[in-house]
Design a protein around this ligand. Structure first.
Ligand SMILES: Cc1ncc(COP(=O)(O)O)c(C=O)c1O
Length: 415
């Protein structure tokens, strides 16, 4: 332990005795701590989930920011309303209508400090302790963390190449109904999922909405990657098929502009938006107004539509190289998803290999990944891992996968 840390840890005050029960249960994951060290070393990290900084439209942001400060400084530097900067809400409503064919007005839009904040707001306004929440297996780690705080009962549904197994969901819904339990909400990262990279098929999207009607639950559709398509045909969001306002759609500028702005949005029925707005008041009063103004001009002036193809063009070769390298180097018995977009490939190793234990060895060979276990609410799958292909340049992706394959081969010998 470093000197300062030691001094701070050994102070006279027992701070733990002050923490709430919930805070006491919060723990930093060991894997995250290990990966933090990796970020500063020579290890090729396929672990992160970051967009490539080369895709940030720096010059456009500079220009837009100067214009905003010239023309709208009074509003852009002021507190805003909790529901968000009205011109941005209007622009987003129009954009969603144009892009996804979802008729939308500004009363259905709430802007938030990244879609991560929306996940917490959903937890606040929807989840009572013990409520049954359905998630995908695997699912987005920080969604588990956001919802977990509100003490739900998680039910996880396996996925295949077409996303969540809706047939298994249906069986589960029936089983729970017989037990007198109601599912309140189904959370899905429907397109180019984090962590698995897969996309829910059109047929399943439609069926999920039908089931929501039949069994009376809400759907949270988290869509941060949906614009990053490198191959295949676009599929409308689940929200497109939602006639009665059961789908809460989460959008974000993090992967199509820059995550540092911390601007996302919720598109949902006004009744849900209103409750989330009230919940948000006590958290931050309003989302960063200058950031919202920048996002507004970015959409309004057509930069967003022009920029998305550039990001896609930048990431596609990285995705291709990762898939090629996996094909070339991985031994038999290893499988992986073939994402048509997004940022991640999900790798499954033969049973018996624990990727959490393997990580240290991989790091010693100069490559890092995220062990899959933490993406499962019940932490019951040990032989999977998530690889990111957006952050590291092509030649490093190839070399990283090669090193990883060597590590896997050595582990296989031990089985
Ligand atoms: C599925 C998913 N949801 C939400 C987020 C949060 O994104 P942000 O808060 O930057 O909008 C991420 C970020 O990686 C994500 O992968």
């Amino acid at each position: 332990m470093k000197k300062l840390e030691k001094k701070l840890a050994a102070g006279p005050v027992d701070f733990d005795s002050f923490f709430s029960q919930k805070a006491l249960r919060m723990k930093a994951s060991e894997v995250r701590e290990l990966l933090k060290l990796v970020e500063t070393s020579d290890v090729i990290s396929l672990a992160g989930g970051l967009p490539a900084p080369e895709t940030f439209p720096v010059e456009t942001i500079k220009k837009i920011t100067a214009e905003i400060l010239e023309e709208h400084a009074d509003k852009a530097l002021q507190y805003g309303t909790t529901k968000g900067f009205t011109p941005l809400r209007l622009a987003l409503a129009r954009w969603m209508e144009k892009r996804y064919g979802i008729p939308m007005s500004k009363v259905e839009i709430l802007t938030v400090a990244g879609s991560q904040q929306a996940l917490d707001l959903i937890g606040r306004v929807i989840i009572n302790p013990g409520d049954v929440i359905v998630v995908e297996a695997p699912t987005y780690l920080a969604a588990i963390q956001a919802f977990e705080y509100y003490d739900p009962e998680f039910v996880s549904i396996p996925m295949d190449d077409e996303g969540m197994r809706i047939d298994l969901l249906e069986e589960k819904l029936e089983e729970l109904k017989k037990q007198g339990k109601r599912v309140k909400m189904v959370y899905t990262v429907s397109t180019f999922q984090n962590p698995a990279g897969v996309t829910m098929s059109l047929e399943r999207r439609k069926r999920l909405v039908e089931l929501a009607e039949e069994y009376d639950f809400l759907i949270v559709e988290d869509g941060p990657y949906s614009e990053l398509r490198y191959s295949g045909e676009p599929i409308p969001p689940i929200k497109h098929f939602d006639e009665n306002g059961r789908v809460i759609y989460l959008g974000t500028f993090s992967k199509i502009l820059a995550p540092g702005l911390r601007i996302g949005w919720v598109a949902a029925h006004p009744h849900l938006i209103r409750k989330m707005e009230i919940a948000k008041q006590s958290i931050d009063l309003c989302t960063n107004t200058l950031g919202q103004a920048i996002a507004w001009k970015y959409v309004e002036d057509g930069h967003l539509d022009g920029h998305i193809p550039k990001i896609v063009e930048f990431y596609k070769p990285r995705r291709d190289v990762m898939l090629e390298a996996l094909e070339e180097y991985m031994p038999e018995g290893v499988t992986w998803t073939k994402p048509e977009g997004g940022m991640f490939v999900w790798v499954t190793l033969p049973e018996g290999i624990d990727t959490k234990f393997m990580l240290e060895k991989a790091v010693s060979k100069g490559v890092a990944y995220v062990p899959g276990e933490a993406f499962f609410v019940h932490r019951d799958k040990k032989n999977t891992m998530r690889l990111n292909f957006t952050y590291v340049p092509e030649e490093k992706i190839r070399e990283g996968v090669k090193r990883l394959a060597e590590t896997v081969k050595e582990e296989l010998k031990k089985l």
